[in-house]
Design a protein around this ligand. Structure first.
Ligand SMILES: Cc1cc2nc3c(=O)[nH]c(=O)nc-3n(C[C@H](O)[C@H](O)[C@H](O)COP(=O)(O)OP(=O)(O)OC[C@H]3O[C@@H](n4cnc5c(N)ncnc54)[C@H](O)[C@@H]3O)c2cc1C
Length: 326
């Protein structure tokens, strides 16, 4: 059975990552569980290259850089981050007042829970071809680059036509034996500068082609609106077809708002004692689904928990400026 944590945060989007830092700064033992293989939520998964202009103190920052900064801030405090793990159910033991979180990998125990699940589970759009799941298990098909070294000296196909697919191709070009970029349209939906860089690179572009068949040694492509078939022998395939969102009902007792979000009070607590919500997942009169608002909600939730929960160890109070280093 897992150790009992003070706080478990569900969702490592911007709000969950910041909440992890803030709870750690207060001295809570904290764990974050994220379904995706990478942290960062919507800014990292949906718009990594887009600029954000309304985060206080950051005149402009890209989605990916914001996620990276939040991870750097989180690294300042002790915490556990579980990636690629989906929370499926939360239950509260009435006697011990402990939360039990059931995931697709096991169970976790926590005194308090903060839901920062945004608009739901983010998951990569798949190819939907036979054998995809097996090849993913073997590490031959992936939806994220976890470790660039895995591609070193290999022949790789990148599938997709947006900024991220082009960025991945250019990044892989530096380590892979050969990179193929496959897209169903003749033009790319990417920054003109990135397209220009691609044109100067050694990446072999296959447009307009669609993958129609997965074989043991690669892919079979079909030219769009044509019978023409092309075989591509590659050792690894990276799919970049964007993300889908799915709603998961974590506990039937949680009250929802008219908009289908989770209702909370001024302290961000839901109708279940000890279960809090912050960020896009939360709703109340006057709610604005923006990151700066979500960061503040996380602070309100954590400060409320520190008043209400019983801790076996002491918590930190005071401003951050007095808590760390000089
Ligand atoms: C194109 C675009 C541009 C935007 N621009 C701005 C902007 O300029 N400024 C601004 O403030 N906001 C902007 N937003 C909105 C902003 O991205 C969201 O407000 C923000 O991402 C919400 O953060 P969050 O942490 O609450 O949720 P999310 O970012 O949605 O993260 C939630 C995380 O929880 C995970 N999760 C969900 N359910 C589970 C589960 N059961 N188990 C495990 N993990 C789970 C998800 O996989 C996800 O990673 C923009 C949004 C889009 C789409």
């Amino acid at each position: 059975m897992e150790n009992l944590y003070d706080l478990t945060i569900i969702g490592a989007g911007p709000v969950g990552l910041y909440a992890g830092f803030y709870a750690g700064m207060r001295g809570m033992t904290v764990k974050i569980i994220e379904a995706l293989e990478e942290a960062g939520g919507q800014p990292q998964a949906l718009y990594p290259d887009k600029m954000i202009y309304d985060i206080a103190g950051l005149p402009e920052i890209s989605g990916a850089a914001l996620a990276e900064n939040l991870l750097t801030q989180l690294a300042r405090v002790p915490h556990e981050l579980y990636l690629d793990e989906k929370v499926e159910n939360i239950s509260l033991d009435d006697e011990s007042k402990e939360f039990k979180l059931q995931t697709d990998k096991g169970t976790h125990r926590s005194k308090a829970v903060l839901l920062t699940t945004g608009s739901g589970l983010l998951s990569p759009r798949k190819l939907n071809l036979e054998g995809e799941e097996e090849l993913h298990k073997l590490g031959r098909i992936n939806y994220f680059i976890k470790n660039l070294e895995e591609y070193s000296g290999k022949e790789v196909a990148v599938l997709g036509g947006g900024d991220s697919a082009l960025d991945w191709s250019l990044m892989l070009e530096k380590v892979a034996k050969k990179v193929h970029l496959v897209h169903r349209r003749s033009s790319f939906r990417a920054h003109a500068l990135t397209v220009a860089e691609l044109e100067k690179s050694t990446v072999e572009v296959h447009t307009p082609y669609l993958p129609v068949f997965l074989s043991t040694n690669g892919l079979v492509l079909q030219r769009v609106k044509s019978e023409e078939i092309q075989k591509l022998e590659v050792e690894k395939i990276l799919v970049n077809y964007g993300m889908m969102t799915n709603h998961v009902d974590l506990n039937e007792k949680i009250a929802l708002s008219r908009r289908g979000r989770i209702q909370s009070n001024r302290q961000q607590e839901t109708n279940v004692t000890g279960l809090y919500v912050a960020g896009d997942a939360s709703d109340y009169e006057g709610k604005a689904p923006l990151m700066s608002v979500g960061f503040g909600e996380a602070v309100l939730a954590i400060n409320d928990m520190t008043q209400k929960l019983k801790f076996s160890h002491s918590l930190q109070t005071g401003h951050s400026s007095s808590l760390f280093g000089k």
